[in-house]
Design a protein around this ligand. Sequence first.
Ligand code: SAM
Ligand code: SF4
Length: 319
Amino acid sequence: MLKDKHGRIHNYLRVSLTERCNFRCTYCMPEEGIDLTPKSHICTYEELLQIIDTFIDLGVNKIRLTGGEPLVRKDADHILHELGKRPVELAITTNGLIVDRFIDVFESCGLKNVNVSLDTMDPDKFTLITRRSGFDRVLENIYTLVERGFNTKINMVVMRGMNEEEIADFATLAKDLPIIIRYIEFMPFDGNRWNYEKMVPADEIRDRLSERYTLIRGEDAPHDTTKHYNIDGFKGQIGVISSMSEQFCGSCNRIRLLANGSIKNCLFSPDETNLLQPLRNGEELEPIIKEVIYHKKAKHAGMFNLSNQKNRTMTTIGG
Ligand code: SAM
Ligand code: SF4
């Protein structure tokens, strides 16, 4: 088992399959994109599976694929098929644009949990936020996922001056659809021009929702970063992720593996440990991984100070 010195067991691995993306969301990366890591420093299919298998041997039983956009990796379907054979709960976070090409793969590999990022119901604003087109396709793909029985969640990053006026409207999507609408506080990362004024805190998100609906506090799963709420007459649910204003580090069970084979023991940690080179050198990965997890900090040193901290762009970490 992967235990840190604060006694937290880490069984949830988030794997960034690629740094590449077919969107350029303003909150995630700069308009010009990012300098990509040379291909020779990115895990191959075999290396990625070897590293993931080491984590599974160490007790990981939940894997979320993310990116960049995980589905633009050329061998994404092979990776999904292979991981479908492992004894893990599989999940994916995607911008939804090309999900239609993968629905059958999701089904055949046993993946059930799909989080789709969508920050607005206004097609023009969608283009402004993602710096790309595709609103209709993303929405269609969300409907298809629901029809085909996937546990579907929508991630909306709330940004003042951009989409905070849509908070209550967005919730109506969960009236007739069995989906969870998750409102996420805007977090600071390299290249996303975060500032305090642009962040809409969880309290305000709840207040805006409460102006229209009565929120009934729901149940959260252990280690959940989302606080769930029910609304009478709704098939779906509401979730609020308060990464900035209310910490949830005490129950953290997450480890992040980047496309270049580096691991991060905290989303906000500037420190990374590369596993790819040791793997290529034939070294044992288990002791390296155990050491990294053991030394995980109790919490991420007061989120608001993090706005000045050096970290990667979100697109290379994967959320
Ligand atoms: N491309 C995929 C997608 O957009 O869903 C997966 C990668 S994306 C980096 C993972 C999640 O991080 C998305 O739900 C996205 O909305 C969220 N995210 C990105 N930048 C963020 C930020 N600055 N603050 C909060 N959430 C962010
Ligand atoms: Fe791409 Fe996802 Fe980042 Fe948007 S949030 S730029 S879709 S990685």
